[in-house]
Design a protein around this ligand. Structure first.
Ligand code: ATR
Length: 309
């Protein structure tokens, strides 16, 4: 049986997600299950924060000695300029999805607020991280068994696509194909990859030959009426090893159904959500997160208890 959370007392510590909107966030379910499992007297909350109030809301959490924050749409890019310190992960991807609050100790050093007595801390600061990009590569490894992707086709060129492309480029890709409705955005990412990773072949458009992985980073598939995120006249999954959809609701988008129909390995974005969350919790807590407890909590929250992803 899942352990019960400790009762809320005057020593309970808090973390939260800020988004706008935020009411559909699955993060509270995932993190509160993990915090209970870890025996922490912590709670994870969700707040709808208007982008105009983001700076004040981050300062408020810091002043109230929260352990940390997650930031989701539309705050990730804005927050880059609102941090006192940036971890290299946030600098690399140009976005912050995890904030760690730190306090100045008696010796003058900075330490995560989890290890500080809130009554003793005089000075606090924020440190921004990005765990999204880590989440995608861990999910590809764990959920699709993929470590190396020789050739990858990425559909989309928004914020999520950019982080995934940069991470894949830094990790394990030889050849990248980029497709997006707005060509200029794919061109921009292409230029960035060529400049940062000159060893990688970047091409705009669909591949003529086999690809190891197709990644859907567009929002097409969220609504039942959405068209496929690729042009079936120009691309077929018959030439593809695996397909990953960043969307996790529905469990199997039409994109994934098409891929599975011709025998491709498939995975949806639940793993990405899970592993970015596990990494954030590890940053706050300083110990490994209970990933399977978090996965169960996410599936229960998103798909209901009797369904599986
Ligand atoms: P996120 O932060 O989730 O990446 P985003 O930055 O708004 O969100 O990016 C959404 C992606 O889905 C973009 O690649 C977008 O294409 P454009 O760059 O042309 O806007 C893509 N997308 C959204 N709606 C689309 C549609 N109806 N047809 C094709 N692509 C679409």
């Amino acid at each position: 049986m899942a352990p019960k959370p400790q009762p809320i007392t005057a020593t309970t510590r808090y973390a939260a997600v800020y988004g706008h909107p935020v009411k559909h966030s699955a993060s509270p379910a995932m993190h509160n299950a993990a915090m209970a499992e870890m025996g922490l007297n912590w709670r994870y909350l969700a707040f709808d924060v208007d982008p105009a109030d983001l700076r004040a809301a981050i300062a408020g959490a810091r002043q109230m000695k929260f352990i940390g924050l997650n930031l989701t749409v539309p705050h990730k890019l804005l927050a880059i300029d609102m941090m006192d310190e940036l971890d290299p992960s946030a600098e690399t991807y140009g976005a912050v999805n995890t904030v760690l609050f730190e306090g100045r100790t008696q010796s003058g050093d900075w330490a995560p607020l989890r290890s500080c007595d809130p009554g003793e801390v005089r000075e606090t600061r924020s440190r921004g991280f990005n765990t999204d990009a880590f989440g995608i590569t861990r999910s590809l490894r764990e959920d699709l068994g993929m470590k190396v992707h020789d050739t990858v086709l990425v559909l989309g060129a928004g914020g999520a696509a950019r982080a995934a492309i940069l991470r894949l480029a830094g990790d394990c890709v030889r050849e990248l194909y980029l497709v997006n409705r707005t060509l200029a955005k794919a061109e921009q990412i292409g230029r960035e990859i060529r400049a940062r990773f000159p060893g990688i072949e970047v091409r705009l458009g669909y591949p003529a030959n086999r690809v190891d992985l197709v990644l859907n980073a567009t929002s097409l598939g969220l609504k039942p009426s959405d068209p496929l995120p690729y042009d079936p006249a120009q691309f077929s999954f018959k030439n593809c090893g695996a397909a990953y959809d960043m969307i996790y609701q529905p469990v199997e988008t039409p994109f994934l159904k098409e891929a599975a129909g011709v025998g491709c390995r498939i995975a949806n974005g639940l793993g990405m959500l899970l592993y970015q969350g596990a990494k954030a919790l590890e940053i706050w807590a300083g110990v490994p997160a209970p990933v399977e407890v978090m996965r169960r909590a996410l599936k229960e929250h998103i798909y209901g208890e009797n369904k599986t992803a």
